[in-house]
Ligand binder design. Structure first.
Ligand SMILES: [Zn+2]
Length: 171
């Protein structure tokens, strides 16, 4: 599916746009597409095409901690419905929790999806991918909490649960 981007920053598919069928002569012309965010109309070819994002990517990437990684997970490829599924799986693994916080920015969608599983108990801190655990630890700031991530690369601190694990940080 092709995703288009408007100058205003809106991204979506043609099914989200209104086609403008009025022309000066009153003839139907479906080439103009109206951005549902800013209302600007332009021909489809004048929208920027957004390259599809992929969850798993081979190549040399720099981690937050400066290490070179031979593959990466791009969680921007995940949509809200994906996070809902991940949250449902994690909720089964976790102890009951009374509040949830996401590590910005990667953990925010997961935190939102975890909210429906809040009952009672302590704090849950979530993030998308854990490599060293540094940002989870920093966000916890010494507080008592349990943690959860979508994917843990390599060893995972004992207070953090992951839906998926890889054996080593580099692979
Ligand atoms: Zn727009």
């Amino acid at each position: 599916m092709t995703t288009y981007r408007c100058e205003c920053g809106w991204e979506g598919q043609t099914s989200d746009m209104k086609a403008d069928c009025t022309t000066g002569s009153g003839e139907e012309d479906w080439s103009n597409h109206i951005c549902p965010n800013c209302g600007m109309w332009q021909e489809l070819k004048d929208y920027k095409i957004v390259e599809p994002r992929h969850l798993f990517n081979l190549g040399d990437f720099k981690s937050h901690s400066g290490a070179t990684l031979p593959w990466k997970v791009d969680c921007d490829a995940l949509e809200v419905r994906d996070w809902r599924c991940i949250a449902a799986v994690l909720a089964k693994q976790l102890m009951p929790f009374g509040s949830v916080e996401g590590v910005p920015r990667g953990g925010l969608l997961l935190a939102m999806a975890m909210k429906q599983y809040v009952t009672q108990g302590g704090l849950l801190i979530v993030d998308d991918v854990l490599t060293t655990g540094g940002s989870m630890e920093a966000h916890r700031a010494g507080r008592k909490a349990q943690g959860a991530v979508f994917l843990a690369r390599g060893s995972c601190p004992s207070w953090i649960d992951a839906m998926l694990y890889t054996k080593g940080a580099e692979w």
